[in-house]
Design a protein around this ligand. Structure first.
Ligand code: MOS
Length: 727
C-alpha cells in the first residue's frame, strides 16, 4: 500500500514544524561560540540592540528561567544536560551564546551578526586521536534502549587469544558523524492561559512534552506538542534540545509566539551527533573456525556509542569473551546523542570486518565461518531467540547475489578501469516492544480513528496504523483515520521505548491497536443493544462483523448506528500486554555488496547490493523496503563519505555544511535488492512484526569494506573509505 501521507508530503500540503506561522509571531535566531574552550568575558550588544526589528537578546546575563533538568537516563547521556545559556563557560565550538528575537527572520539574523563577543580562550581538548590514548572508565554502561546488558564474567582474554590456533587482532576507527535530517530542529511555541502549544518535530510527542514541562517547570498536561510530520529524525529528534527550549522560554517571556529554526551549520553542534569510536577486536579460533575468544575493547567520546555491549553479545558463540567500553571524558566537543543503530553501526563494522579478516586467515568462506559460530541464544544471558532465520538469509542471499562467483583471491577481477570485488556481512538488531495504549473511536460518518502519541518520522507509521486498524475493525483502509504526532493522544510506550525509537514503533503500536479495537468493538456492541434509536436494542446475541452490527435477523453499519442513536462517537482505549521476557528478540539480515574501485583514481563505487531480511511479519512491503534501502544507504554513507572534521586548534567542525560534509546522492547508489523472509514472530506480539528501521544500517559498511578488500587486497579499517586510502 502507498503511504497515505505521500501526496501531502510531495505536494507541500504537509506542514512541518517550521512551516507553522502564528499571528504576531516573532523569530529567534541562535548565536554560537567561535571558540572551543574558555569563557565569555564580555558581549557588546549595542549595535544589535539598535538594529531594526530587534525585540530582545537573550544571553547568559539575562537567560530565560529554566527550572528543572532532564531526568536520567536522558541527561547527561543522550541529550545536553546543561541548559542553553546557563553560564559564561564555553565547552565546545558552536555552543549557543545568545539568541536574538526580532520581528522577522532576516532582522534576527542581521542583528546576530552585529553581536561582538570577547572570550578568554583556552586550547580545546577536541582531538579524539589524542584523547583516546588516555581513556577512562565510563560512569555507566550500556544503552537503556532495550534489554539490560550484563557484563560477561571476567576472563583472561589475552591467555585465551594466545591459546587460539588462528588469530586476528586489529583496530577499527569511526569518525564523528552528524545528523542531517531534511528539516533541522525547529520549533514554533505559543502560550495561552499558562499552557504551551509547540510545533516541534519529534520522535516521541509525549516524551517531548514531558521533557519540556520538566525543564520549564510546568505540568506535563500544560504542554501540547504537535508533530504530525517530523522532517526526518534518525535519533536526532528522540530527545529535547535547545531550539525547542529557547522557543518556549522566549514565547513565555515575550507573550508572543516565537519560531526558532536551527541552521544547517548549527545542526552540527547544538542538537547531537554520533560520537567517534575506536574499537580493538581480537578474535581467536580453533583450526576448524570455531571461535575460542572474542576481545572487544572500545573507546568512544560518549557511552551512547557502545558497540561492545550492543553488538558483540548478539552475533557469535565463544567461550571466552571480554567486552570493555572506555570513554574520553570532558572533551571540548558537542554533545553526542543516538543516531540510527547507535553502537551497532560502529560495532558491526568492526566485528564483521574482523570476521572477514579471520575468514581470509582461515582460508574459509565468510558465510561458512559465520555458520560455524551461529548463536541460537544470547551469548551472555543464554536467552533463546524467539525466531531466527539468519541461516536462511545467508542461503537465499548468496543465491540471489551470485556469491558462488566470488573470487577467493583478492584483487583478481577487473572490468576495464575497475577492480571488482564482492563482500558480505551480517546485520543483527535487538528487537522489542513496550506495552502501549491506543484509542480506537467509531464515528457516525462510518470512519474510525486509531490514535497513539507515536510518530512517523518518514517510517510509514501513518500507513501502518491505518492498515492495522482496517485489519482489526474489518473495514477498508480508507475508513480508518490514523492519529499520531500529538502529545494529547495516549502515550506510546514506557521508559524503555518511548515514542518511535529503537526500531520499535511498529512492533509497539500495532499489537495495542488490536487490543484497543477489541475493546472499542465491545463498547459498540453494548451501545447497539442499549442506545435509544438502535434497531438492535434488546437483541440477544449481537456481534460485530466487517464494520456492521449483526443480530436479531438484521444488521446495521456502525456509522449508520451512531447516526440513528445521535451519538458523536463510541470508542475505547486498549493497552497491549507486556513483552514475554523469557526470550530474546532480534531482527536479522545478510548483506551482499559488489564494489568497483577505479584502478587509477582509487574511487570506490557501489556496484550491486542485495540484502535478505528476517524481521518477522512484514506489514507493508513498500514502506518496509523503503526502511531497509534507506538504512543500507545510511550505512554505506558511513562507509564512503561521512566524517565530521574537527580543526585541532579551535575545535571547530570545519565541514559543517552540505557542500563539505558529503552525503550520498542518487548517483552514488544503485538499485538495492531487498528480499524479505516472512516469518511472523508471534512470541513478540500477535502482529508478529519486529524492527526494521535501523537494521539496514547495521553491517552495511562492513559488507562494503569487505568487498573493497576483495576488489583490491587492501583492508581499510578507518571509515570512511575514501579514494586516498585506496591509492
Ligand atoms: Mo533510533 S537512533 O533509536 O531513533
Amino acid at each position: 500500500m502507498d503511504r497515505i501521507d505521500a501526496r501531502a508530503k510531495v505536494t507541500g500540503a504537509a506542514k512541518y514544524a517550521s512551516d507553522h506561522n502564528l499571528p504576531a509571531m516573532v523569530y529567534g535566531h541562535m548565536v554560537t561560540s567561535t571558540i572551543g574552550n574558555g569563557r565569555i568575558v564580555s558581549m557588546d550588544l549595542s549595535a544589535a540592540r539598535a538594529a531594526g526589528g530587534v525585540i530582545e537578546i537573550y544571553t547568559p546575563g539575562n537567560r530565560p528561567a529554566f527550572r528543572g533538568t532532564l531526568p536520567p537516563p536522558l541527561a547527561p547521556v543522550f541529550a545536553e544536560a546543561r541548559h542553553p545559556l546557563a553560564d559564561s563557560e564555553i565547552h565546545y565550538y558552536g555552543q549557543i551564546v545568545a539568541m536574538v528575537v526580532a520581528e522577522t527572520i532576516e532582522q534576527a539574523r542581521d542583528a546576530a551578526a552585529l553581536i561582538k563577543v570577547t572570550y578568554t580562550a583556552l586550547p580545546p581538548k577536541s582531538s579524539f586521536e589524542d584523547a583516546k590514548q588516555n581513556p577512562a572508565d565510563p560512569p555507566v554502561t550500556g544503552l537503556p534502549l532495550g534489554q539490560p546488558i550484563k557484563k560477561p564474567q571476567d576472563v583472561d582474554i589475552e591467555t585465551a587469544l594466545a591459546a587460539s590456533q588462528v588469530r586476528v587482532e586489529e583496530t577499527y576507527d569511526i569518525p564523528p558523524r552528524h545528523h542531517n535530517m531534511m528539516e533541522p530542529h525547529a520549533a514554533v511555541a505559543a502560550w495561552q492561559n499558562g499552557k504551551l502549544t509547540i510545533y516541534s518535530g519529534t520522535q516521541g510527542p509525549a516524551a517531548h512534552a514531558l521533557e519540556l514541562a520538566t525543564v520549564l517547570g510546568v505540568q506535563p498536561a500544560d504542554v501540547h506538542v504537535i508533530s504530525p510530520y517530523v522532517g526526518g529524525a534518525f535519533g536526532g529528534k528522540a530527545f529535547t534540545w535547545a531550539p525547542a527550549l529557547l522557543a518556549a522560554a522566549a514565547a513565555l517571556a515575550l507573550a508572543r509566539p516565537v519560531k526558532v529554526v536551527t541552521s544547517r551549520e548549527q545542526l552540527f553542534t547544538v542538537t547531537g551527533h554520533r560520537a567517534a569510536s575506536s574499537q580493538t577486536f581480537g578474535l581467536g579460533t580453533h583450526r576448524d573456525g570455531r571461535l575460542n575468544a572474542i576481545k572487544h575493547h572500545t573507546t568512544s567520546q560518549s557511552i551512547v556509542e557502545d558497540p561492545g555491549y550492543r553488538t558483540t553479545p548478539k552475533y557469535y558463540l565463544a567461550p571466552n569473551v571480554d567486552i570493555r567500553l572506555m570513554v574520553t571524558p570532558d572533551m571540548n566537543l558537542p554533545t553526542a546523542t543516538i543516531m540510527r543503530a547507535p553502537g551497532d553501526e560502529a560495532g558491526s563494522f568492526a566485528l564483521e570486518s574482523a570476521m572477514d579478516e579471520l575468514a581470509v586467515r582461515l582460508g574459509m568462506d565468510p558465510i561458512e565461518l559465520r555458520m560455524k559460530n551461529y548463536l541460537e541464544s544470547t551469548l551472555i544471558e543464554a536467552k533463546p531467540y524467539s525466531s531466527k532465520h539468519l541461516d536462511a538469509c545467508y542461503r537465499v542471499g548468496a543465491e540471489r547475489f551470485g556469491w558462488s562467483r566470488r573470487s577467493t583471491q583478492p584483487a583478481a577481477v577487473t572490468d576495464g578501469d575497475w577492480q571488482v570485488g564482492l563482500g558480505m556481512s551480517t546485520a543483527i538488531l535487538d528487537s522489542g516492544r513496550a506495552s502501549t495504549t491506543v484509542r480506537v473511536t467509531f464515528r457516525p460518518n462510518g470512519t474510525a480513528t486509531v490514535g497513539c502519541a507515536t510518530s512517523d518520522a518518514g517510517t510509514g507509521m501513518w500507513t501502518i496504523m491505518a492498515m492495522t486498524g482496517a485489519r482489526a475493525l474489518e473495514v477498508p483502509v480508507d475508513r480508518i483515520r490514523p492519529a499520531l504526532g500529538d502529545s494529547g493522544l495516549p502515550v506510546a510506550g514506557n521508559n524503555d521505548i518511548y515514542g518511535a525509537v529503537g526500531s520499535a514503533a511498529t512492533s509497539t503500536v500495532t499489537p495495542a491497536i488490536l487490543v484497543a479495537a477489541k475493546e472499542a468493538i465491545g463498547k459498540l456492541v453494548e451501545h447497539a443493544t442499549t442506545a435509544a434509536g438502535s434497531p438492535l436494542v434488546g437483541a440477544g446475541d449481537v456481534r460485530y462483523d466487517g464494520g456492521r452490527l449483526v443480530g436479531a435477523g438484521t444488521s446495521v453499519g456502525f456509522g449508520e448506528l451512531l447516526t440513528l442513536t445521535r451519538t458523536a462517537e463510541v470508542g475505547a482505549q486498549g493497552t497491549s500486554a507486556p513483552l514475554d521476557e523469557s526470550h530474546a528478540y532480534a531482527s536479522y539480515a545478510a548483506h551482499f555488496c559488489e564494489v568497483r574501485v577505479n584502478r587509477w583514481t582509487g574511487d570506490p563505487r557501489l556496484g550491486r547490493f542485495t540484502t535478505v531480511v528476517d524481521a518477522g511479519a512484514i506489514l507493508n512491503a513498500k514502506t518496509a523496503r523503503n526502511q531497509i534501502t534507506g538504512g543500507v544507504l545510511f550505512g554505506l554513507a558511513a562507509a564512503m563519505f561521512e566524517e565530521g572534521k574537527v580543526e585541532g586548534a579551535t575545535g571547530r567542525i570545519s565541514n559543517a555544511n552540505l557542500a563539505d560534509y558529503l552525503l550520498p546522492v542518487n548517483a552514488d547508489t544503485t538499485e538495492i535488492d531487498v528480499h524479505f523472509l516472512d516469518h511472523p514472530d508471534t512470541r513478540l506480539s500477535p502482529t508478529g512484526a519486529r524492527g526494521i528501521g535501523e537494521l539496514g544500517t547495521v553491517g552495511a559498511a562492513a559488507a562494503f569494506a569487505n568487498a573493497v578488500y576483495n576488489a583490491t587486497g587492501k583492508r581499510i579499517r578507518t571509515l570512511p573509505i575514501t579514494p586516498d586510502k585506496l591509492l
